[in-house]
Design a binder for this molecule. Structure first.
Ligand code: KIV
Length: 285
């Protein structure tokens, strides 16, 4: 089955009968300075279905390494994982632009390597854009991809794929030199043609200055409300983990609620209260 086919029958996989018109990359770019852009991560079709009506952009983040696969960082995430989850999120969405993270090792060697990986992601998933981490060092690659029809989201400040070099996930830009470097990175990837720029874990002043300095919309994660939009890891925002970075606001307590539901199910199985009369098949009369 083609990943692009539209099935309008309602089912568990397709609960929305009438597909909507999808937002586009140029429309997102034009949102600079207007109503804030709403972005969340999604890794599965069902989560995409639930988030899609509320979001302008769904990011298939390489954070799926930790969130879905229990990996210690995003470093081990592969192109195969990103393609499989990217295709699921495209299948589960109708309205939002879907962007897929380029995993560590799939783009840094050369613009050509980046093109191979990005074109594979777009072909296999049906997503509209890719995201890659890095500033000035990635500018040539971003220009190469955008000149060849691949929309790119930049990502500067705290770049989690560089955790081994950074020594952790602390906020960036506390020193003057670091702040200047982040601003130079933001300007470089903007000039190279990225259509959105994620600013992660940076001081508020840097986010405000970068947002003024670049032509594309900025999306903050731990970067204050002065950005043109916001993104969070959905599972953090839902309260699925006991520990989350300081910049996360929990809008629910999914960990607690799942634990309670599982405990209720376990108690009913053990007491034989489940399955009850309503869940049992009987011969038709
Ligand atoms: O991998 C990810 O989820 C990200 C964030 C910006 C949320 O890159």
């Amino acid at each position: 089955m083609s990943i692009h086919s539209l099935d309008t029958a309602t089912s568990r996989a397709n609960p929305v009968p009438a597909p909507m018109k999808r937002l586009t990359v140029p429309k997102l770019k034009a949102m600079k300075g207007g109503e804030p852009i709403v972005m969340l991560t999604a890794y599965t079709a069902r989560m995409a279905q639930l988030l899609d009506p509320h979001c302008d952009l769904l990011l298939v983040g390489d954070s799926l390494g930790q969130v879905i696969y229990g990996l210690p960082s995003t470093v081990p995430v592969t192109l195969e994982m990103m393609c499989a989850h990217g295709a699921a999120v495209v299948r589960g969405s109708w309205h939002a632009v879907v962007a897929v993270d380029m995993p560590f090792g799939a783009y840094e060697a050369s613009p050509q390597q980046a093109f191979e990986s990005a074109s594979r992601i777009l072909k296999e998933t049906g997503a509209a854009a890719v995201k890659l981490e890095g500033g000035e060092a990635m500018a040539e690659t971003i220009a190469f991809l955008t000149a060849r029809g691949i929309p790119v989201i930049g990502h500067v400040g705290l770049t989690p794929q560089a955790v081994n070099a950074l020594g952790g996930y602390g906020a960036r830009g506390r020193s003057e030199a670091e702040a200047a470097k982040i601003l130079a990175d933001a300007r470089a990837v903007d000039a190279a043609g990225c259509f959105l720029l994620v600013l992660e874990g940076v001081m508020e002043e840097i986010a405000a200055e970068a947002t003024k300095a670049v032509g594309c919309p900025t999306i903050g994660i731990g970067a204050s409300a002065s950005c043109d939009g916001q993104v969070l890891v959905t599972e953090d925002m839902l309260g699925l983990f006991e520990r989350a970075p300081r910049f996360v606001k929990r809008y629910d307590d999914f960990a607690g609620r799942i634990g309670e539901a599982a405990a209720a199910y376990a108690a009913e199985v053990r007491s034989r209260a489940f399955p009850g009369e309503e869940q049992v098949y009987r011969p038709k009369k």
